[in-house]
Each structure stands twice: as C-alpha cells, then as structure tokens.
Write a new protein. Structure first.
Length: 178
C-alpha cells in the first residue's frame, strides 16, 4: 500500500498533538494538583478560531492578532491550554492575601496556576520539537479562545500552540504590523 506524504504528515501531527497534550498533563504541578484545561482543534473549529481573531482585530484588538490568525490558518492543528483559577490550598500569600479563600473572594489570580501553565507549555513544545513539528506559542489565540468561550468559565490565562509540518516553518519569519 502506498501512503502519500500529506496523509502521513497529518497522522504525524495528530500523534504529536496527543504527545503534547500528555506532556502538558504530566508536567510538574504545584501541590500535585492539575488546574489546566487542554485540548486540540483542527478543521472548521480551527478555522473558526482564526476568523474570530480577525473579528477581534476589527473590533479594536491589537493588529498583530491578524498576523497570528494567519498562522492559525497555516497550521494543520492548534492546541489550547488554559489555567483554571481555583485555590491550591497553599495559603502562601504570594497573591497578597493571607489565604486562598480570601484570594478567591477578592478575585485574585493564583500564581501557581499561571506557573503550572508555563511548565505545561514548556513540556508540550519540547514534544513538538522532538517530533520535528513546527510550532509557536501564541497568547493572542489563547486570548480569543477565552473570549469566545472555548474554555470553561474559570480559565483566566490561555495559550495556543499551532502545529505545522511544511517545507518552511510558517511561524518563523513573522513581521509586526505597522
């Protein structure tokens, strides 16, 4: 049986995306608690995210979100990672409150949730690199994904990672809008 390159590359992207999601899930977490929401989009759902990013720019959002929407278009898949703002029960005071309960009542965001998100992103992109899949960490697409409610309501920080297998990394030679 003959396998063409396009279908093999798509299967590879799907396999690497699964590895990236697993790497994010198993990355070290504060107090051993997992406060992340992670998933992948392709096809029409991925395209809809890119379109919503353009609408965000049209309604006054930063112009570079358009550039990043173009990157989502060029990707075969996009992974999304969000940090959920739930108390860890550490009562560390890092947020300025004495207890996690006080912090949540005052709407504070937990440092450890954001820290765990960063560790998860690092673990995920290392799997993309190991698998020779091009990727880029985009807060812009994560922001819009939050705005259009792709995440549960208590996600306060989100990151997107578009994935591509192509002859040239589409996420490398990016220009800032003028």
């Amino acid at each position: 049986m003959r396998y063409d390159s396009i279908s093999a590359e798509q299967r590879h992207i799907e396999a690497i995306a699964a590895e990236m999601l697993a790497a994010a899930r198993t990355a070290p977490k504060a107090h051993g608690l997992d406060k992340l929401e992670c998933f992948a989009l392709d096809g029409e759902e991925k395209d809809a995210l890119a379109e919503k990013m353009r609408e965000y720019v049209a309604s006054g959002g930063p112009a570079f979100f358009e550039r990043d929407a173009n990157n989502i278009d060029q990707a075969q898949m996009v992974l999304l990672f969000g940090a959920v703002n739930e108390p860890y029960g550490l009562n560390c005071g890092y947020c300025g409150e004495e207890t996690c309960k006080e912090a949540m009542e005052k709407g504070r965001k937990c440092f450890f949730a954001a820290h765990d998100l960063g560790l998860a992103i690092g673990s995920a992109v290392s799997k993309a690199t190991d698998g020779r899949v091009d990727c880029r960490v985009l807060y812009s697409a994560g922001t819009v994904a939050k705005e259009i409610k792709l995440f549960r309501s208590d996600v306060f920080a989100a990151i997107a990672i578009p994935l591509s297998v192509s002859k040239k990394n589409p996420f490398f030679d990016r220009k800032w809008p003028k």
